[in-house]
Design a protein around this ligand. Structure first.
Ligand code: UGA
Length: 448
């Protein structure tokens, strides 16, 4: 199938989707209005860190199958499919600002051929598709909700070796055409993975076609449920702290029950990023709009918001009740490993809270220093290595589960920290903690 595709928006989802589809034999226009981002992509690179993405962007640019542009007019009129992957920033009340979603739809739908399909990939509240169809007088069958489930850090693997592809709409023929696009991608996935230099996956995923509202709701429900699992684990971690139990062991045993599963039960400093916090508040807002009080999600949100403060309290307690004048290293500022993204990052919140409480804060991250700068308080001092950051510190908070951090030898801590310093593992993942304890450090986690 030699279709032409336009992808609107070169964020995490749009850029990955465009680069992958360009490797599956499609001609792909990628519309990005930000000149500096566009320029970087045209040079064959991504403007954020995502494993495997740069090599396939480069291949797409060099072969001419990936065509970055700032103009809708260039690709949309000749496209068979238009993917909307534009951003949905937060409104002050926590709901999603949909102005880009509506703006992109209005412009693209005006330029599209009569048979072309508009595919919504941006995460939108349930009812958005129907509202776009009504507002812009779209033929309902041509609008498809195709929510994205990729995770930052493993965007390519998640897309190529997906658990499920969900397509929601009212015209079965159109839904099959969208499914065919993904089947083409699936057929090329081994080659694409080797071009990208990423490991091939093993999952055999499914294709699910459904109605529009259900597809929209599937996406936010999946994220909300994962967020709920994390907040549940964090609630039990607090109890586990109170009774001297070990949350990692508890969740290993609980998660061994196949009905529950171990994934997303890692307790620690809570979830961050551009998706969970926003999707949880979005779901709460959708519920309220329809008179449904999603108390369970409000509780998940409250637990999550309490976690950075809980980390600080635990550290303060270990340091004798006072943070003022203490020198504290924060290792990890990205909201999780494998990304330079610091949106709503617990590591950044922890560093800022420590600074507010009068600690002298030093911080390090393998990829996210640049992005973290914007949200960090000015007095937080950034360093370029773990070693530099640890010098003469009274305590360390491990706030992101980067391999470099969780596998770092205990001797590095011994060589640089003050003797007897507190090591608070806020991701419960540091591997050499027994060595640390043997070296006389006060190691502790969240719920351990
Ligand atoms: C999440 C979903 O996992 C994706 O399926 C979805 O496509 C994406 O949102 C989206 O809506 O675009 P992402 O935000 O990239 O992906 O990151 P996750 O790996 O889900 O992690 C989210 C946060 O939860 C991170 O801060 C992570 O550290 C934290 N987390 C994760 C925990 O605290 N405990 C866990 O057990 C797992």
């Amino acid at each position: 199938m030699s279709s032409t595709i336009t992808v609107l928006g070169a964020g995490y989802v749009g850029l990955s989707t465009a680069a992958l589809l360009a490797q599956a034999g499609f001609k792909v226009y990628l519309v990005e209005p930000n000149p500096s981002r566009l320029d970087t992509i045209k040079q064959g690179r991504s403007f954020f860190f995502e494993s495997g993405l740069d090599p396939i962007i480069k291949l797409g640019i060099d072969s001419g199958s990936l065509l970055p542009t700032d103009s809708y007019e260039m690709g949309v009129p000749e496209s068979d499919f238009v993917f909307s992957c534009v951003g949905t920033p937060d409104n002050p009340d926590g709901s999603s600002n949909l102005s880009y979603v509506y703006g992109a739809a209005e412009t693209a739908l005006r330029l599209m051929q009569p048979n072309a399909v508009y595919i919504q990939k941006s995460t939108v509240p349930v009812g958005t598709g129907k509202a776009i169809i009504d507002k812009f007088d779209v033929e309902p069958g041509r609008y498809v909700s195709n929510p994205e489930f990729l995770r930052e850090g493993t965007a390519l693997q998640d897309t190529l070796w997906f658990d499920r592809i969900v397509c929601g709409g009212s015209d079965e023929t159109v839904l099959s055409r969208v499914v065919e696009l993904y089947k083409a991608l699936e057929a090329h996935r081994g080659d694409i993975a080797s071009s990208a230099g990423i490991k091939a996956g093993t999952v055999t995923g499914s294709y699910i076609t459904t109605d529009l509202n259900s597809a929209e709701l599937i996406k936010v429900t999946a994220n909300a449920f994962l967020a709920l699992k994390i907040s549940f684990a964090n609630s039990i971690a607090k109890l586990s702290d109170a009774v001297d139990a070990d949350i990692n062991g508890i969740m290993d045993a609980v998660g061994a029950d196949k009905r529950i599963g171990r994934a997303f039960l890692n307790a620690g400093r809570g979830y961050g990023g551009g998706c969970f916090p926003k999707d949880v508040s979005g779901l709460i807002s959708s519920g309220l709009e329809h008179g449904i009080d999603l108390e369970i999600m409000q509780a998940a949100q409250q637990v999550n918001e309490s976690m950075p403060g809980y980390v600080i309290e635990k550290l303060k307690d270990r340091l004798g009740g006072n943070l003022s004048g203490k020198k504290v290293a924060v290792l990890g500022l990205a909201f999780k490993k494998g990304t330079s993204d610091t949106r709503k990052s617990p590591g950044v919140k922890i560093a800022n809270l420590l600074d507010t409480f009068g600690a002298e804060v030093l911080a390090y991250d393998p990829q996210a220093l640049e992005e973290a700068k914007e949200d960090l308080r000015r007095s937080v001092v950034l360093h370029m290595s773990i070693e530099e950051t640890l010098v003469d510190c009274d305590a360390v908070v491990l706030a992101t589960d980067w391999e470099e951090l969780v596998s770092s030898p205990a001797q590095i801590f011994a060589d640089h920290l003050n003797s007897g310093a507190v090591v608070l593992d806020a991701v419960n993942a540091y591997k050499n903690y027994i060595d640390l304890e043997n070296l006389g450090f006060d190691y502790t986690g969240i719920g351990r």
